[in-house]
Design a protein around this ligand. Structure first.
Ligand SMILES: Cc1cc2nc3c(=O)[nH]c(=O)nc-3n(C[C@H](O)[C@H](O)[C@H](O)COP(=O)(O)OP(=O)(O)OC[C@H]3O[C@@H](n4cnc5c(N)ncnc54)[C@H](O)[C@@H]3O)c2cc1C
Length: 558
């Protein structure tokens, strides 16, 4: 086995969290940092142009395409869950929405015993990460961060109508849902800058690699963590058919995402003892919560037919339309090629006793359906709304299927396990109908195409939901942070019972945030970096750094 050397920090995964950590640790200390990423290069126009997602999502070259187990809460349906397998991780293939979450999400984490994670604690990180180009209250918004956040470029007029129509049903327009108040309807804020995707790798990782302290190895699938006693001291990984090791002088930080991180812990002997012993893995650290507490925003696509003379974005999916929109993009960086498919949103409460908006609605000025995570564009003019549950009561879980890191895990989503989530979605679907029936859409809409006007009673909605509810790709919670027996990491993100090892990514969320999960994951990594820098600066004399000179990367990412 080849040992490729010793680094102060070894980061597993170059996604949202890994990119921020590499940037911060490379910048804020005199330390050497190695990032190991299973996927390949993100240097392609497909990863830069927002509409490039049409070619990357579902493409096994860039997408892990995890297959789930039959879900008993949804008529035993199974499906493919995309996750980025490429430098930048899921931020290289995601939908580009920028949503921090509700301030109460973080106060809830703190109420659960996670000191240091209240909204007041995390707000400075959200501000430091971003450069927001829109009109925001400086008490909440940042203008100097590395991640460019912009209001959706060249929104379709129907997206503006959605915000007006929502207002007519009592959902007030919100000028900045990432500011003081989340509730309300708005055009989306996006991680698009100058017409290009702002993945976490582009904003954080690649700039950090310009220093001599941060090295990236792509195509490096980490198999397991190595230990000296109860201290994590290195990792073993597979790259170009070779098994290699690397030594971590200070810490290993696992940022492999809500599926990759629990799997890596389990392959390393950290997890539920019975599940590990079934695979012959000695459980060196018994943590029953690894892989449990899986949360996802369950959503349903409501498709609304519109008048035949109206040009919705899906009507451009033909040779002439694509040529016209590509030209428009080249000239202006605008139009459907330069914007996300979803362009507006609303955060709403479906019942007066909900403490915070319990549902998010995405609006798309186009019609498509997902066939197993591949977009199938409709041929007739249509618009869509996708309501999803913000903080679901349902919980899924995942476990290893084998000890081979190339084998996908067993994922049991149980997306509609909790009746309350069905009630929330039913109320949200009815609300979407009211929005599409509001005066602002009166000269636009025809008949609802899916599920269709015949669906009315609670029972009918429940059947439709069980048949059609799908994930909206925001998995979280599988290595939850906390102080209870099912917690995997403590509030400083160190793995319970192990030294030299942290997890910092979407898997540590004890409760998933209200909205898309990129921004809160970036924040988790920024907060993690702050704690890591503090711990290591306090532990050692900062004036005598023991740096490692970085050798030119063998098989390194270009
Ligand atoms: C299709 C899609 C659309 C989405 N749309 C949005 C959106 O519009 N807005 C939003 O806010 N969020 C969106 N998300 C979610 C968001 O992108 C994720 O929440 C976020 O990227 C999670 O960050 P992470 O660091 O936890 O994981 P990731 O960004 O997924 O990064 C994990 C990285 O670890 C690597 N890895 C995994 N296992 C190993 C291993 N064993 N060895 C080495 N490397 C490994 C992976 O290849 C990956 O690069 C979307 C996600 C998807 C998949």
């Amino acid at each position: 086995m080849v040992n490729i050397g010793t680094y102060d920090f070894v980061i597993v995964g170059a996604g949202a969290a890994g990119s921020v950590l590499a940037n911060r640790l490379g910048k804020d200390g005199p330390w050497s940092v190695l990032v190991l990423e299973a996927g390949g290069s993100d240097w392609s126009p497909m990863h830069l142009v927002p509409a490039g997602k049409l070619f990357t999502l579902g493409n096994p070259r860039y997408d892990w395409r995890f297959r789930t187990e039959p879900d008993p809460s949804r008529l035993d349906r199974s499906e493919t869950w995309p996750r980025g397998k490429v430098v930048g991780g899921s931020t290289t293939i995601n939908g580009l929405f920028y949503v921090r979450g509700n301030p109460d999400d973080f106060d809830l984490w703190a109420r659960l015993g996670n000191e240091g994670w209240s909204y007041a604690d995390v707000l400075p990180h959200f501000r430091d990460l971003e450069s927001y180009a829109g009109q925001g209250d400086p008490a909440y918004r940042g203008t100097r961060g590395a991640l460019h956040v912009s209001d959706v470029p060249s929104p379709h007029w129907l997206s503006e109508r959605f915000v007006q129509a929502a207002g007519e049903t009592g959902i007030a327009a919100n000028t900045d849902y990432n500011g003081r108040v989340q509730e309300g309807a708005a055009l989306a804020q996006t991680t698009i800058h100058g017409g290009f995707r702002q993945s976490a790798a582009r904003a954080f990782l690649h700039p950090a690699r310009r220093t001599d302290r941060v090295r990236l190895e792509s195509g490096a699938l980490v198999d397991r963590i190595r230990f000296e006693g109860s201290r994590a001291c290195g990792v073993e990984f597979l790259q170009a058919g070779q098994r290699k090791t690397v030594t971590a002088r200070r810490e290993i930080i696992v940022c492999a995402g809500a599926i990759g991180s629990p799997c890596l812990l389990m392959r390393s002997g950290i997890g539920p003892a019975a599940e590990l012993s079934r695979l012959g893995i000695p459980a060196t650290t018994r943590l029953p919560g690894v892989g449990k507490n899986l949360q996802e925003h369950a959503g349903i696509w409501i498709v609304q037919g519109v008048q035949s003379g109206i040009h919705t974005a899906n009507m451009d999916y033909n040779a002439l339309g694509v040529a016209r929109q590509l030209l428009r993009y080249v000239m202006t960086r605008g139009g459907p090629v330069g914007t996300p498919t979803a362009q507006a949103l609303a955060f709403v409460r479906t019942a007066p006793d909900e403490r915070t908006p319990d549902v998010q609605i995405h609006f798309m000025p186009m019609g498509y359906r997902f066939v197993d995570s591949t977009m199938e564009i409709l041929k007739t003019p249509a618009i869509m709304a996708v309501p999803s549950v913000n903080r679901p009561d349902s919980r899924g879980e995942l476990t290893l299927s084998s000890t081979n890191p190339e084998d996908p895990p067993r994922i049991q989503p149980r997306l509609l396990e909790a009746r309350r989530d069905i009630e929330r979605l039913t109320a949200a679907c009815r609300l979407v109908r009211r929005i599409f029936a509001a005066p602002s859409f009166a000269d636009v809409v025809t008949v609802e195409s899916f599920p269709g006007p015949a669906i009315e009673s609670d029972e009918q909605w429940e059947s439709v939901l069980r048949e059609r509810v799908a994930p909206i790709y925001h998995i979280a919670g599988t290595c939850k942070m906390g102080i209870d027996p099912n917690a995997v990491v403590s509030p400083d993100l160190t793995v319970h019972g192990v030294a030299g090892l942290r997890v910092a990514d979407s898997s540590v969320m004890p409760v998933i945030t209200s909205g898309n999960t990129n921004a809160p994951t970036l924040m988790i990594a920024s907060r993690a970096a702050e704690m890591i820098v503090r711990d290591h600066k306090a532990a050692e004399s900062y004036s005598a750094p023991d740096r490692v000179a970085l050798r030119p990367a063998s098989g390194a990412h270009r």
